[in-house]
Ligand binder design. Structure first.
Ligand code: IMP
Ligand code: MG
Length: 184
């Protein structure tokens, strides 16, 4: 974890707001309607990838009106500040068999694509009725593994971002907006 030397340092690293709270809310309402349309009354299982997607999951699940269950998985890919380790580790798995479910994976951000690629391959092997991927943010310029979400709310440039669930050294997840992180 990156040490926070002072509250001034903590705040100074919030460089600028990239996506406001209002923009996030509006995009999620729209995504909820798209999911409703896609599933047309069929029940779904929303699977959030922890920890980063926990805030997005909380808002997205309240924006859909189809019958909906929720599940969580924990995957770790960033170990040191903003540098990816390149290794995806499933540290907590789902608590149920998904073969009777229409699964919607809810992710915070697709960066290199490794995390979701691994998770999608793993879950497809468990034969769900169907599977879709929704991501709040997409950084296509950083892709290493070819991966495309079915629904992506915002495409962003190659900046390390924090807030709305996303962290740097476990901090800033509680910011209500998405901000660019000041490195160095
Ligand atoms: P990927 O496997 O490289 O696509 O990385 C996906 C995971 O890395 C995301 O679920 C995030 O937890 C984390 N991540 C990627 N980019 C950022 C970022 O800009 N800020 C915070 N976390 C990030
Ligand atoms: Mg994540």
């Amino acid at each position: 974890m990156k040490p926070v030397h002072s509250i001034a340092d903590y705040k100074g690293r919030i460089k600028r707001v990239l996506i406001t709270e209002k923009e996030i809310t509006e995009a999620i309402q729209k995504a909820g309607r798209e999911i409703d349309k896609l599933y047309d009354g069929r029940p779904i299982l929303l699977v959030s990838i922890l920890k980063g997607a926990f805030v997005f999951m909380a808002d997205l699940c309240r924006a859909v009106s189809v019958p909906c269950e929720i599940g969580f998985m924990c995957a770790k890919s960033y170990y040191e500040g903003t540098v990816s380790s390149g290794v995806v580790q499933i540290t907590m798995d789902l608590d149920r068999d998904i073969s009777d479910y229409h699964v919607v994976i809810v992710e915070d951000i697709i960066d290199t694509g490794r995390t979701l690629n691994d998770i999608v391959n793993l879950l497809k092997g468990r034969n769900p009725l169907s599977m879709h991927v929704v991501t709040l943010l997409d950084k296509p310029s950083r892709r290493i593994v070819d991966f495309k979400a079915d629904l992506s709310l915002f495409t962003i440039p190659d900046h390390f971002v924090i807030g709305y669930g996303l962290d740097c050294g476990e901090l800033y997840r509680n910011l209500p907006y998405i901000a660019e992180y000041e490195e160095g």
